[in-house]
Design a protein around this ligand. Structure first.
Ligand SMILES: [Zn+2]
Length: 203
């Protein structure tokens, strides 16, 4: 933030933005904006910066639901509130701005394919696609399935709702991941997520 910016003055209380009144905002009651801290001189390194001790680079294919020579797709490590949350990663250590034209073109194709795969699950209205890049130095693009009819989950607060809603069942989670992996494998690569075993399908 530039020096002299109105928000840089200490002691100022920031006013609440209009979105706290949106029906999609997950919270109610008295809230206030946190005090904005001074900007740091040097930002801390992200996880795996420069490819050193990078968790994604070190992860075996078995931790993913689908892989090919240049890309891998993983799930979160346990069910969350939304029907599906998956993460697209490069196999090698790149950030978004490092991608060659080939990888950039493939990224575009894979984003569209993953959107179609996730939207093909039952009762999915929309698929949100996010890349933040603040936590990990290794490119990861998040896909979040927004359930059909849940108008409160529309828009920018979906990641919060994913943590707020009770997790979906393990069986449903595995079934959805297996569907997405199989959908991707129709076009190449290898599906690693298997549908849940038959005995666990009983409700
Ligand atoms: Zn890496």
């Amino acid at each position: 933030m530039a020096e002299g910016h109105p928000l840089a003055r200490s002691g100022d209380e920031l006013t609440l933005p209009e979105f706290v009144n949106w029906p999609t905002f997950p919270f109610e009651g008295d809230i206030r904006v946190k005090r904005l801290e001074e900007p740091v001189e040097v930002e801390p390194p992200r996880a795996g910066e420069g490819g050193v001790d990078c968790r994604q680079c070190a992860a075996p294919d078995e931790e993913y639901i689908w892989v090919d020579e240049r890309w891998r797709v993983r799930a979160l490590n346990k069910p969350s509130g939304l029907p599906a949350v998956v993460v697209l990663e490069t196999r090698s250590h790149y950030d978004l701005g490092d991608l060659s034209n080939l990888l950039a073109a493939e990224l575009g194709v894979l984003i569209v394919r993953l959107e179609r795969a996730i939207r093909s699950l039952d009762n999915i209205a929309r698929v949100h696609v996010n890349r933040w890049g603040d936590g990990s130095a290794h490119l990861d693009v998040f896909f979040l399935a927004r359930p059909f009819g849940r108008l409160q989950l529309r828009g920018t607060f979906l990641t919060m709702w994913d943590d707020i809603l009770p997790p979906i069942s393990e069986r449903q989670w595995r079934e959805n991941l297996a569907f997405i992996a199989a959908y991707l494998a129709e076009y190449g690569g290898r599906a690693l997520a298997e549908p849940p075993p038959l005995e666990s399908w009983t409700l």
